[in-house]
Design a binder for this molecule. Structure first.
Ligand SMILES: C[S@@+](CC[C@H](N)C(=O)[O-])C[C@H]1O[C@@H](n2cnc3c(N)ncnc32)[C@H](O)[C@@H]1O
Length: 216
């Protein structure tokens, strides 16, 4: 059972800003290469003529949302209120606006009231508290039924995750959920895989996927 309140408050109160929002001096040299990877491995493989509204799942400080806003309207979603505020301000400082911000409080009762064309989720799935949580997200994203999905995960072998004590510890939060290539591909059977790239940054293996709905 996921304690959603605990998950929200962990991200709001315990996780340092630099990891949550990719801010601070440590991030200055990393931000450009990160944006380049998001563009090269995710965004350039999406046909944005199809996309009116993108949903940025786990927007953090807004590096991904800012890139999305160059192509479509953007709804930002996060479990931390300060991430939503930070992201909105970051986009405004960059001359962009958001369509809506959504504070995710409980996955079980989550509902959207508008059609989403793209779900984008980068540097977030690794923070999911368990494999069961990922499976819930998969069911939800399939139900939302966007034309496109663009996601980045931490890649690894089966059972390599460190999920059990995840949000009880401030230090190991970043070592949460690791997924295999097949675990991701098999989650979206109504989608064709448009691109898939594995990157080793000497700290971890990251994997990028873009999926397109088969009947679109
Ligand atoms: C490292 S940042 C992601 C940054 C952003 N996606 C980007 O590409 O710049 C992680 C963000 O994910 C959020 N987050 C963590 N767990 C989440 C969950 N289960 N659902 C949605 N957002 C989550 C955190 O609050 C934080 O704002």
């Amino acid at each position: 059972m996921i304690d959603h309140n605990k998950l929200n408050s962990f991200w709001e109160k315990n996780v340092p800003e630099k990891f949550k929002h990719f801010l601070g001096s440590e991030w200055v040299p990393k931000a450009k290469p990160y944006e380049k990877d998001l563009k090269d491995k995710l965004l350039r493989n999406i046909n944005f003529a199809d996309v009116c509204i993108a949903l940025d799942w786990g927007c953090g400080g807004g590096l991904g949302a800012k890139l999305l806003a160059e192509h479509s309207e953007v709804i930002i979603l996060d479990i931390a209120k300060d991430s939503l505020d930070e992201c909105k301000q970051f986009l405004e400082r960059n001359g962009k606006s958001i369509r809506k911000k959504i504070l995710l409080k409980n996955l079980d009762s989550f509902k959207l009231d508008e059609k989403i064309d793209l779900i984008f989720c980068a540097s977030v799935i690794q923070h999911f508290p368990s494999f069961e949580y990922w499976q819930k997200i998969v069911r939800l994203w399939n139900k939302i039924n966007p034309k496109w999905l663009a996601i980045q995960i931490r890649h690894g072998e089966v059972n390599q995750s460190n999920e059990s004590s995840y949000f009880e510890s401030e230090r190991n939060y970043i070592l949460g959920l690791i997924l295999t290539t097949d675990e991701v591909i098999n989650s979206f059977k109504d989608y064709e895989l448009v691109c898939n790239e594995l990157v080793d940054d000497n700290y971890s293996m990251y994997e990028y996927f873009v999926f397109k709905k088969k009947d679109c």
